[in-house]
Design a protein around this ligand. Sequence first.
Ligand code: MN
Length: 447
Amino acid sequence: MNYKSLREWINILENADMLKHVKKEVSLEYEIAAIGKIACGKYALIFDNPKGSNIPVVTGLTGSREMLSKALNVPVPELASYFEKAQSNPGGYKLIHKSESPVKEVITKDVNLHNLPIPIHHEKDSGQYITSGLVVAKNPETGERNVSIHRLQVTDKNHLGILLLPRHLMHFQRLAEDKNQPLEIAIVIGLDPVVMLASQALTPLGQDEFCIASALYGNPIELVKCETVDIEVPAHAEIVLEGLILPNIRKPEGPFGEYPKYYGPQGDREYIEIRCMTTRKNPIYQTIVPATDEHLLLGAVPREGGILQIVKNAVPTVSAVHLTPGGTGRYHLVIQMEKKNEGEAKNAIFAAFGSSQEVKHIVVVDKDVDIFNPIEVNWAIATRCQASEDVFIIKDACGNKLDPSSKNGVSDKMGIDATIPLSSPKEKFEKIRIPNEENINLEQYIE
Ligand code: MN
């Protein structure tokens, strides 16, 4: 990859005319979110003049599959399989000295989060939220690293509320808390698409997401040691907050507008104390406007890679998977396969349900259906599916708490087999076709 930092990626976007500057003063309260939401997928934006701060804010840096294709240098249909390969063959990392590390240019012990241009995104959010912070932590028992993104509520000048879902970071926090210990963490803000995507991989406990970033880069990621905690962070980041998740303390966090386009409710949640901040001399702050395509795709593409790996292990004739934007990039999965044996579509569905708690409704289609085109997927369901035979429902499995129709995370699952039965006569499902249609250039016929 020809970049290794947020600002190098910004330069690439700017040279490709995919990033625009907002020079006029904009409010952190709703205005940045509203403009960022409207621009997402069209342009990345850099707000040069956020009100009350001299730190610029960027958003929408990976707002479309085309931008991700540019970021990973692979065609759009190959994004998931490229990610899958990186995840299966992770690289190492390179520890560099702090003197070579841009994120150590300024070190502040008396942290005031109010000096950062942290936006308020949605109407009923409880306040300012850091939405692009990668939380880095180590397993207190094994020392293995984990990297994940969490919503982080600014509670006061040096405290944050955090939402932990039952995954790796929560496991570490509970192990520490059982011994009445704080969990050391670092929160990294301002990173390029490779590290952002790697942090979203569906990994087994113990796999280091930074090493997936190395495989995506084609070079070891450069890390540097933190000042006050025993954690390593990307050396070319913009901002690092070092701190502790305090044991046996819960404080109100939320509500917060989340990726399913609903508010995640308020609850008593884990509480972070920030004790040090390291930054570049002129840092750039990055925000992800929740529920925009940037947010959905950062989750969807790595998950597609992980799901593809697991589903292909079960059914080798699966060729591609897509987590659709209407399904919030998490809940609706389309699987494409070249069915060789009757029943394989259902096996692929079982494997996909096992790969991720969030996947809720799955449609399997044949190879002639474009899984990125919702009209074609709909057409396959309409014409290749009989509900009494091809739809099945599993009651009360583990789903996603942010799905408001779930019972606090307990959710039904549905599989739809929209593949053509192998036994049916060929002509019955033959797609209509006009000879030579594909070679017609309309411009040559109209005046
Ligand atoms: Mn993990």
